[in-house]
Ligand binder design. Sequence first.
Ligand code: GLA
Length: 656
Amino acid sequence: MYYGGDYYPEQWDEATWVDDVRLMREAGVNLVSLGVFAWARIQPEEGAFDFAWLDRVMELLHDGGIGVDLATATASPPPWAHEKYPEMLPRDVDGHVVGPGSRQHYAPTSPVYRRLAAELVTALAGRYADHPAVQLWHVNNEYGCHLHQDFSDSARDAFQQWLRDRYSLIDAVNEAWGTDFWSQRYGSFTQILPPRRAPYSHNPGQLLDFRRFTSDALLECYRAERDIIRAAGATQPITTNFMGAFKPADYWAWAQEVDVISDDCYPDPADPESFRESAMARDLMRSLKPGVPWLLMEQSTGALNWRPSNAPKAPGQMTATSMQAVARGASGILFFQWRQSRAGAEKFHSAMLPHAGTSTRIWREVVQLGASLAALPALPDPDTVADDEHPRVAIVFDWHSWWAIENPDHPVTFDYLPLVRQWYAALHRAHVTVDFVRAESDLSGYAGVFAPALYLLSDDGAASLERYVEGGGHLLVTTFSDVVDESDRFRPGGFLTRLGPLLGVRLEEFGALLQTDAPPAAPGQRTARVTLASGEAFDGTLFAEQLELDGATALGTFTSGRTAGLPAVTSRASGKGRAYFVATMPDAAGTDALCRIVFEAAGVQPLVAGLPLTVEVSRRGDVLFLVNHGAETVTVEVSAETVVLEPYGSAVLTAR
Ligand code: GLA
């Protein structure tokens, strides 16, 4: 189990380094991320490298028994770089330069940036590939975090090349994007620009491809650095830190390119439900590389600096979210950062070693957590398969659908992530194990699969979902799914063209509802009431889709508004399984009720029955973790054993 955090010795004098290593040992730290923002110190000017200081830090850490996650330092180019090569700066949607003075001020496609980054990484990897302290390589930092898209001229050139590679012929682009609409037909690739500020809506196919291109361009930067590190003979694993469900980068594609997944996660301590959000991030990280433990690369010990109000963590809260990560497959718990900065934009951000020193609650908890992690039993790798006793469910999570769904000009404007979060939260409240999958994945191991708003569905994805149901799976598909093909075009024949026969329904109209936060006086229907056959009722938002049964039976009916009397929840047996559809976005009571319907049919049981809502349970091999995310002490029964969980306390049990 790794334990540690980002270490920025360049912000401190050398006497402090000695103190740092002593205190790291006291806290049980065994890994630090080094050099993440040290480009200016490593390379004070082009062609001149200063490794002497880094050599000394590396030796000091190594002598202290502390491993290094060595960063490539390319996330924040030094001032000399933009002074000499201003063309490497990115541009925003209006064409304005995104300037230096902060970090991440580089166009990912800039040839100069890529050359300078390659020179730096070549020098670093050449020097430290064999250094005994290096345990892991940390490429760049949080790719795309601040700059979600770049609209510079180098992005234009690279986008045109990306389109050539994808489509070969310009008429294939015209076909995919439907450019006969609004006289957008292109005669050559050089006529295509990034979707910069325009008078009105852009072509949705172009917006979607620009998202795909941006994710690929960032990934190209990662791959270039990774390949240099490998070419230098480094044998350690290589990673770059992800940011949970992060829109700009399709982490399904990225996961194939990193040796180990690492994630940065900053749930809001002031939000008592944020532990479900962090649980979702952990399950997503585990799912990206099944069976391979991942690292929690960054979290905070306490308050942040970047929300409008940055609450401290409650006593024990940091330990609870750390145990949550371990339970959900992590093999390391690291923080941003080791020692709180005295200067700079993040000086108010908490750290393992607070500015107020070691006579602090945070320091005591950091030392305690180090000891607790070291005392854990040997943990197996995260499980990849379910067994009958511990069935699992999966949520289909798709970046391309996410990008397309958030394009403008839809029946109703909404964000994808809150919807997925709502389904995840319902499954989390039910204490079942959840993986994330793509529609195209092999789904046969799952007792239930949930596909929320799978707006863009590939032919392969549709075939895979169908195979899953035929083979005995239980699939629940929600409103605004199977609407468009991979180019964000309607397929001939209406909507639900791929899944309609499986679901046994036909969809005529989307029936947009008024946004629930619309002004009180706004006319229109905000919610649609649904009553289930059981008598339970819930409210739906966003859509009240007008369905016609075509082989399915109705499990629930709209009982208010335009669609009153029409089916709202349907079910159809197919092969050995069953497919469900829900024609609106249910509230929390509704998602819970629909999960129960699927669970009952699919034989899904909670990992431990009867747990309170603040307690989460997960299983890693034969080790069972219980974590209490609440501020009250709770007593739970597990296999006839009574377990008392203090506020934010956890228990690690051998599962039976
Ligand atoms: C991100 C970055 C860190 C730091 C933290 C602050 O995760 O990677 O450098 O800025 O946020 O929360």
